[in-house]
Design a protein around this ligand. Structure first.
Ligand code: SMG
Ligand code: MG
Length: 375
């Protein structure tokens, strides 16, 4: 079954967060999200609809991409290349777009929409395509920077009560050693705990970060700037806690290099950051052969991305709990009818056709701020 590209619609939605989410690079109170809807037309003229979610934030603060830029590059540079293809399917999206440098989140959103549509056309699920056998995955939660240690502890206690099996704390200089120590004391020695700096430290901070070794952390995520692979390798030798890369990993080839250099002892895989779910699977496969544990990151996805991530994270190399929390961790209401929930610390791997979600069109329309058809 091969496809031609039919109608394409770009939709922007605004979803308020249930509470502000602060990281070392800024605070989010609302998500302005770009969704891509595509129609794939098969040989008989039957159309199948698919949806993709672009994980770019409003500002280029996590990575160089931002939502307005993603919409622009999709409209003017990426979609025309997909339109020119006569046999479209997810596997050819990245090769068709390869001459356009960068913009992995924009590319991933397109690949995701095509993937969802082709799976629906074939009446199969992403989980089946991946061949995963796990039916649930452990659920971790990412906890933002708070104004005081007391507020942080109250937030962490709430998530522990919700059943999350792993806690990740956002850190930055001035909100790190004492706060991590206080949380470790609160949750006890056995609850898995890790930290994420989103590039907030420098090479000279090795001795400071070594103090985190006292707290039995699973990992330190992205302490240094994304282009400082050698710095991460030095740090990995200096600090006992494993170093995990997030922002630095944008492709399978780059991940192989980082592992080779000793900079990446654990990998955070985010499909949007690496250009799509197919590249994410290649990074997973690479890490399995290199004996590098992986886990699935999150970008405050709606039910679209959250469903796809939950299927991806059921692959066998995802041996650490991911940032795949219940939809309610961020949103009072989701745009899908079957939002991700947590039960006994775990999330169910979606088995529905496509990426495994069904849209709540009424609510989606309510939160839509703009819809554009792209020729
Ligand atoms: O979706 O649970 C989630 C968010 C997880 O902390 C998270 N993501 O660097 O890993 C990361 C951040 C990036 C987004 S911050 C706005
Ligand atoms: Mg991170």
């Amino acid at each position: 079954m091969t496809f031609a590209l039919g109608a394409v619609e770009l939709r922007r939605i605004a979803l308020p967060l249930v509470s502000p989410f602060r990281t070392s690079f800024g605070s989010q109170t609302e998500r302005d999200i770009l969704l891509v809807r595509v129609e794939l037309i098969d040989e008989d003229g039957t159309a199948s609809e698919g949806w993709g979610e672009c994980v770019a934030l409003s500002e280029p603060s996590y990575s160089p991409e931002y939502v307005d830029g993603a919409e622009h590059v999709i409209t003017h540079h990426l979609l025309p290349r997909l339109r020119a293809a006569d046999r479209l399917e997810a596997a050819v999206v990245a090769p068709l777009l390869a001459k356009m440098h960068g913009h992995p989140m924009a590319k991933a959103a397109l690949e995701m929409a095509v993937l969802d549509a082709q799976l629906r056309a074939r009446s199969t699920s992403f989980a089946t395509m991946l061949g995963v056998t796990r039916t649930t995955i452990p659920s971790g939660v990412s906890v933002g920077i708070h104004d005081s240690t007391e507020e942080l502890l109250a937030a962490v206690q709430g998530y522990v009560d919700d059943g999350y099996v792993r806690i990740k704390l956002k850190i930055e200089p001035g909100f790190d050693i004492d706060q991590v120590g206080a949380v470790r004391e609160l949750i006890g020695p056995d609850t898995p705990l890790q930290v994420d700096a989103n590039t907030a430290y420098r090479r000279t901070d090795g001795a400071h970060l070594r103090r985190l070794d006292d707290f039995g952390l699973l990992l330190i995520e992205q302490p240094l700037p994304e282009d400082d692979i050698v710095g991460h390798a030095h740090l990995a030798a200096e600090v006992e806690t494993p170093i995990c890369l997030d922002e630095s990993l944008v492709s399978a080839a780059g991940t192989a290099d980082a592992i080779e250099l000793g900079a990446c002892e654990i990998a955070n895989i985010k499909p949007g950051r690496v250009g799509g779910y197919l590249e994410a699977v290649r990074i997973h496969d690479l890490c399995v052969t290199k004996d590098v544990p992986v886990w699935c990151g999150g970008m405050l996805e709606t039910g679209i991305g959250r469903a796809a991530n939950a299927a991806l994270a059921a692959l066998p190399g995802f041996t650490l709990p991911g940032d795949i929390s219940a939809s309610t961790r961020f949103y009072a209401q989701d745009i899908v009818t079957d939002p991700i929930t947590i039960s006994d610390g775990h999330v169910a791997v979606p088995t529905g056709v496509g990426l495994g979600f069904e849209l709540d069109m009424r609510f989606l329309d309510e939160v839509t701020t703009r819809t554009r058809s792209v020729p």
